[in-house]
Ligand binder design. Structure first.
Ligand code: ADP
Length: 402
């Protein structure tokens, strides 16, 4: 028996899941939040129970020490030696990584170099990695990249129409994001289809961040996020695609710097900006259905139009589509937005949702379209941690079980 821990380290948080091998059983999952602040909190879920612990975590090191202490104190593991490996989510792998890798000094220095392209994420991932490496000197580490699945894009799909040297010299291109989720969901759909040789799938990862991808025969051919996770469809607080000329116009009109306006694009736009209510779709939904709030209605319609436009363009790129799959917080849990999106593409694609199936709540992967629909519509709960752990197992040759 061995344990593998999947780690997702953010700038002030440490999410983890502990898997028992063989068999991929999740023994415990949790999140240490508010690292570096005056008061921190940890949420631990195990054995059907949820515990919330208030504590102070000055750095990620204290967060890691806390997690490992919990595992021992709750008798989830008998000794730290049982943790054979750690799989780390890394947001940006640039052009270096088209798949997960076993970590060595060269890998670490490349991820360090990429901090410039993901200044909010990669440094935090590295801090998490170093903290776990120090606490578990015997265990091996794997990095799983959120950009890797999108490395199969053709040049004409990842290049921007800017001077070519900005790509060759400065790395300006589309990298995409949410790759672990797009990979997991598209593989689930391919399995559902019976593992055919040919398949055309559009994955709509709609969470706080959101991205759409086109997957042909298991390979990603296009995706909506770009150089950074700001582009593509509108999100909780992010604008998605906007005309770049709005930036200097707002700088001038609002007397703000480019960085300040970029912050508005990132933190005050999207659902929050349009609705004026909240970045959380649940609040917007409540304002719509309980109060008939007009801006909430507009937000839903705009959101659906943002997503359906991408679906339309990806149908063109794929030469058709077999399955449209919804995933992540909104994709899995918000039937009225799924219905609005499919409604937008129904006339062109002949695809229709079964209202009862769409409204049903379930944690299972499922079809929500009518049998007569020309395109299947599915809801597939995502599982990024499982992709990380599976890659860790494969790369390190750990026994998987059946
Ligand atoms: P993140 O990008 O932070 O991982 P999530 O995938 O958790 O985001 O998605 C967050 C969004 O999903 C929020 O807008 C939230 O309202 C919505 N959401 C999450 N869970 C639910 C739920 N159970 N019911 C309704 N909406 C949900």
């Amino acid at each position: 028996m061995s344990m593998i821990i999947a780690v997702n380290a953010g700038s002030s948080s440490l999410k983890f899941q502990l898997y028992k091998m063989p068999g991929y059983e999740v023994l415990v999952q949790g999140n240490v939040e508010r690292i570096g602040l005056e008061s921190g909190q940890a949420v631990i879920k195990y054995n059907g129970k949820k515990e919330v612990v208030q504590d102070v975590f000055p750095t990620h090191k204290e967060g890691v020490d806390f997690i490992l202490k919990v595992l021992l104190d709750y008798h989830i593991i008998a000794s730290l030696d049982e943790i054979e490996a750690c799989g780390h989510r890394i947001v940006h792998g640039g052009e270096y990584f088209n798949q997960s890798v076993v970590v060595d000094d060269d890998v670490v220095s490349k991820v360090e170099e990429l901090c410039e392209l993901a200044p909010l994420h990669n440094p935090a991932h590295l801090i998490g990695y170093h903290a776990f490496k120090e606490a578990l000197p015997h265990s091996r580490h794997v990095f799983a990249f959120d950009t890797a699945f999108h490395q199969t894009l053709d040049k004409e799909r990842y290049l921007y129409a800017l001077p070519y040297e900005y790509y060759t010299d400065l790395g300006v291109r589309k990298y995409g994001a949410h790759g672990l989720s797009h990979q997991y969901v598209s593989q689930q759909v391919i399995q559902h289809l019976g593992n055919p040789k040919r398949s055309r799938i559009i994955v709509c990862h709609l969470g706080n961040g959101a991205s759409i991808s086109a997957v042909e025969d298991g390979k990603c051919i296009d995706t909506s996020m770009g150089f950074t996770p700001l582009s593509g469809v509108m999100m909780g607080t992010r604008s998605g695609d906007v005309d770049p000329s709005i930036m200097p116009y707002l700088c001038k009109k609002l007397n703000k710097t480019a960085q300040e306006v970029l912050d508005i694009y990132n933190k005050k736009s999207g659902m929050l900006g349009v609705s004026g209510i909240s970045s959380d779709s649940r609040d917007v939904e409540q304002a719509l259905f309980k109060e008939g709030n007009e801006r909430a209605l507009l937000t839903g319609l705009l959101y659906a139009r943002n997503v359906s436009k991408y679906i339309g363009s990806y149908v063109m790129e794929l030469g058709g589509v077999d399955v449209i799959a919804f995933t992540a917080g909104i994709g899995e849990n918000v039937p009225y937005l799924r219905a609005l999106i499919i409604d937008d593409v129904a006339r062109a694609l002949g695809c229709h949702i079964d209202v009862a199936l769409n409204n049903q709540r379930s944690d299972e992967s499922r079809v929500i379209s009518l049998p007569s629909s020309q395109v299947e519509v599915m809801v597939v709960p995502t599982n990024e941690e499982l992709v990380i752990v599976r890659d860790t197992v494969r790369l390190l040759g750990i026994n998987e079980g059946e």
